[in-house]
Design a protein around this ligand. Sequence first.
Ligand code: SAH
Ligand code: SF4
Length: 351
Amino acid sequence: MDNLDILVWLGETRPDRLDTLWQEADRCRRENVGPAVHLRGLVEFSNRCVRNCTYCGLRAQRRSLRRYRMDAADILDAVRYLARAGVGTVVLQSGEDPSNTRSWVAGLVRAIRDETPLAVTLSLGERSEEDLAAWREAGADRYLLRFETSRPGLYRRLRPGRALEDRLAVLAVLRDLGYEVGTGFLVGLPGQSRRDVARDLRTLRDLDPDMIGLGPYLPHPRTPLGRVFSAGGPRVDDPFPHTEAAALKVLALARLLCPETNIPATSALATLAPATGRRHGLDRGANVIMPNLTPAPYRRLYEIYPRKTGSDRSPDETLAEIQALLDRMERPAGVGRGDAPRYYRRVEVQA
Ligand code: SAH
Ligand code: SF4
């Protein structure tokens, strides 16, 4: 698929053509990663953050948000729950929190790996090569770090004081260290054009990740970008729509461009379209769900965006709801770690 094809698909609105895209993406998913839907238990253990991303409700300058940080014992309790429930992976996510020291995170990862068979995914933001190497050494398997947008000027506006090239450099380090690497971007940002999204998709293909995280931008009223969104956004030629269908188009194209990756139907998609988001995602390219298993008192406070799906459900209810969806869709839940075929192939070639 060349750039023009991507641009044309991104602009497509005819229902019969879109049906073709959905079917192609679903076939590509089935042939390359199979029928299973892998579950990744998400534990959002700290909402403290030193960064000021203009889109995110956890940004440091948001003084009104009560901050929390779970201790290692509480995190391990949540991880044991996951292991008992048969979930194969824990995803540990937080803001860029300086309390995530090299030795604290390494100790936590080691404890999880010693006690459970779970694969460990980290999503802790940009860190030094030394930190990332120590955590890999301790047994971390995967790392999620979205590049957020591939247009350097837009990136600078979204992440004040940060540069896209630095984020891409961290992704390269993660790859060299042998992590299974996940990346992706935000869809439907104010000021994002169809051309931008086409470039985001090309960047994704060129980065050749093992996992992809992409979802719709959800405006948070207490953030600078949320206020820009409410005011109608900056004027841009050919803006990319902020709809479920548009987000699904990007998901389907990501599957076609990166056939052997693991791709979740994200919570952001389920929040934008509560009745259909997850099901449509799994039907149009996705093969992963990340149930939020952050303990109840904290879940509400990890407010990246408002009204996050599942904010009011217990872990048991969350897992039961997902199982019911998989039963209805006749898709089996994945067993074991559920590594991406893309990663296996890469490791085989290197061996
Ligand atoms: N601090 C880490 C991990 C937590 S944020 C980091 O930034 O990488 C995880 C992801 O949440 C980000 O990569 C971003 O793409 C997404 N996110 C943040 N604010 C969002 C919003 N308003 N709408 C949708 N996704 C958002
Ligand atoms: Fe912090 Fe991540 Fe939110 Fe940026 S996106 S403010 S780094 S939690």
